[in-house]
Design a protein around this ligand. Structure first.
Ligand code: SF4
Length: 263
């Protein structure tokens, strides 16, 4: 049984043009907002690509030009300025850049397939992996989720995002240790929208529990396949799910087929 990265689709990302609330004048028709969702994912992909390509030798504008030259991102030209702002801010995060510069072995967008047991495999892509002078690894995952603030306080939103992605990073840490045979001593979510880096706990107890959850999830997926019952859990997250067309009936989809995210 393979556990794939698809399990970690974002649940609350929004595209820049939808940032305003209805009260503030965001009166787009409902279907226009829905049409924006594929672009939301694309915007996240563009920022990821820019983070992957950023270096001291290139400005954020240069990197943007390279990224926009890729046909899949050409429709995002109007959002380039926002992407440059986010990536440039991250590149000015001195603590992050110091770690990047001192890495003796750096992997970016590193695809892997790792065994979590004899029969369970995890497939994923590590955004950034740094090896420190002691041979230990530090894992980073870029997230372009909106981080909502309440009177300038992001903590509630950060706590939700952290919990949403905790298992992903813990599973990645387990996979990397297995594949590279070296310890992963830290795992971080890079919240690009607010230029904050959030630590995910990697204690032996946490990793042990995450490992058990992975095996249990794989078992329930296998059982679901065998009896053709996946314990459907419909909700807002279905908007991002690549299996929606085969999973949801027409009334559950709630939006016209032509507006679905291409799979
Ligand atoms: S579309 Fe189906 S498989 Fe996808 S998240 Fe929704 S309920 Fe789960």
């Amino acid at each position: 049984m393979w556990l794939k990265e698809d399990a970690f689709f974002p649940t609350d990302v929004e595209f820049p043009h939808s940032d305003r609330t209805e009260e503030e004048g965001n009166n787009e028709p409902e279907d226009e907002k829905i049409k924006g969702y594929p672009n939301t994912l694309l915007f996240g992909s563009m920022v990821h690509k820019m983070c992957e390509w950023m270096s001291e030798e290139q400005s954020a504008e240069d990197v943007l030009a390279h990224v926009l030259a890729e046909p899949m991102f050409s429709e995002l030209r109007d959002y380039g300025e926002e992407a440059v702002r986010l990536v440039r801010a991250l590149w000015q995060n001195t603590e992050f850049i110091a770690k990047l510069k001192s890495s003796k072995n750096t992997k970016r967008e590193w695809s892997f397939l790792a065994p979590l047991s004899d029969s369970v495999f995890l497939e994923g892509v590590v955004d950034l992996l740094l090896e420190d002078e002691n041979g230990a690894y530090h894992l980073y995952d870029y997230k372009t989720n909106q981080v909502k603030d309440i009177d300038g306080d992001f903590s509630e939103s950060i706590a939700i995002i952290k919990e949403n992605y905790r298992l992903q990073l813990q599973w990645y840490a387990l996979a990397i240790e297995k594949l590279l045979n070296k310890p992963v001593v830290s795992a971080q979510l890079v919240l690009v929208r607010i230029n904050q880096i959030i630590e995910i706990p990697l204690s032996p107890e946490e990793l042990n529990s995450a490992h058990k959850e992975a095996l249990s999830l794989a078992l329930s997926m296998e059982t679901g396949q065998n009896i053709a019952d996946y314990g459907k859990n419909t909700g807002k997250h279905c908007e991002y799910c690549p299996y929606r067309d085969i999973c949801l009936n027409e009334s559950e989809r709630g939006i016209p087929v032509e507006n679905h995210i291409p799979t």
